[in-house]
Design a protein around this ligand. Sequence first.
Ligand SMILES: Cc1cc2nc3c(=O)[nH]c(=O)nc-3n(C[C@H](O)[C@H](O)[C@H](O)COP(=O)(O)OP(=O)(O)OC[C@H]3O[C@@H](n4cnc5c(N)ncnc54)[C@H](O)[C@@H]3O)c2cc1C
Length: 502
Amino acid sequence: MDRYDFVILGSGLGGLVCGAILSKEGYKVCILEKNRQIGGNLQTFVRDRVIFDSGVHYIGGLDKGQNLHQIFQYLGIMDQLKLQRMDLDAFDVVMFNGDEREFKMAQGYDHFIESLVRQFPDEREAIVRYCDAIKNVCQKFPLYNLRSGSYFEKMDTVETGARAFIDSLTTNETLRQVLAGSNMLYAGVSDKTPFYVHALVLNSYIESSWKCVDGGSQIARLLTKVIRSNGGIIRKHAKVTRIFEADNAVQYVELEDGERVYGERFISNIHPVKTLDLADSALIRPVYRNRLKSLENSISVFVLNIVLKKNSFPYINRNFYVYNNKDVWGCMEYDDESWPKNYALFFSASSKSGGFAEGATLMAYMKYEEVAQWADTFNTDSHENDRGESYRAFKKRKAEKLLGLLDVKFPGFREHIHAWYAATPLSFRDYIGTDDGSMYGIAKDYNEPWRTFLSPRTKISNLFFTGQNLNLHGILGVTFSALVTCAELLGWEAVVGKIKKG
Ligand SMILES: Cc1cc2nc3c(=O)[nH]c(=O)nc-3n(C[C@H](O)[C@H](O)[C@H](O)COP(=O)(O)OP(=O)(O)OC[C@H]3O[C@@H](n4cnc5c(N)ncnc54)[C@H](O)[C@@H]3O)c2cc1C
């Protein structure tokens, strides 16, 4: 019987980064993944020979010396990543129907400020204050800066709301909307999302923005190589169905076919609520279960992956966030008639497309309730199932509405479309294993900030959490969550100290 030092449940980025760090440290690691493909939201898929990402459209902080660059360097994957720097003058463009202007977000703080000041000549002071506030907040998160420090440093930042703070900077309504225009990056909620979430995410993209050429699954592939070269094991089609605890410790986890996998310590990259559902243990008191269950998840999303006709539409190295109205914070509140109120448009970077785009991804917020009537269906590439004609009709109707909104700012775009493929909250639910297809997991709340910070420790001594539900979502946020988990297990110096030493 094999017995591992660490058994990791789920091969999302959090599980893989933990696996890479722990295997580098000489531990015997086994990662169990339910899907055919590793990576969770890092998975890519191919339609009509075009590669699409499921959950990585761009990444920040990857320039030499920046935080994610240092970590990826330490993990041994940085030099092999195929990346493309996004447009320095505009990695993101924010637009509003009824307003002809294109508001550009440039890379590098000075450039960012000068570019926005050109667009809002009277607002230099507000724009500079906005940037200073972001940098100031980021300074207060020690791990984000790969330094040691106190948990309490961030105390005075966590109770500030993103919307309230941005609105306090200026009375210029358009500038307020523009500064919050990439809201989809963190699924920002008006009276809930903390400014620190906005700041940690935006800072990384302002510092530098990158696309993965031929998809983000390369990150998972490279981490897999690191883990395997250190003797680690990654098993696909290995769905964990039970976590068995006795004597205040997990003894083993059980897979769908009844096989047991034994280990000294266990790290779950699965949503914490789902993790506890798997653990039938008296140590996990109802009050703890209920506390986690009461935390709201961020909203889900409807995604159109568009295959473009060959050599038809130019590749644009920018992302677009487009709003029907100047109401960035109101887009999650919609009814059938008013949906979609906004969208994000990303072009896929490909190594073989020359100056033309091969594929584009269009995303709009969508509540799980919209697809709840098909909740009893389950469909992934390894468990193919037809959700039925009514579901196909739903997707078609939604796709048409979304393309209708796209037409306003990108007239004629439809003529370049060869085919589209839609994903709904059910797709994310089934591939990732959440209940509601939430984009970013547990939503942070500035009204009760400490409630929404989860510790990697659980009530079972050798069971730990990692992944986007802990600290922060996104490639950067989840990498930090994995560092938090590993630092809890190995100590700060063994993890962050080594990254700093390079
Ligand atoms: C539409 C969308 C767009 C995004 N765009 C970006 C972007 O442009 N930039 C960015 O930085 N971030 C982006 N993100 C966020 C980012 O992709 C995620 O925050 C991150 O990948 C989550 O990593 P994770 O470690 O929490 O694991 P997840 O990706 O949540 O993976 C969890 C893993 O656990 C596995 N699992 C679940 N249950 C079981 C079980 N019982 N047994 C075994 N395995 C199991 C799942 O199959 C999955 O592989 C996006 C997310 C979405 C949804």
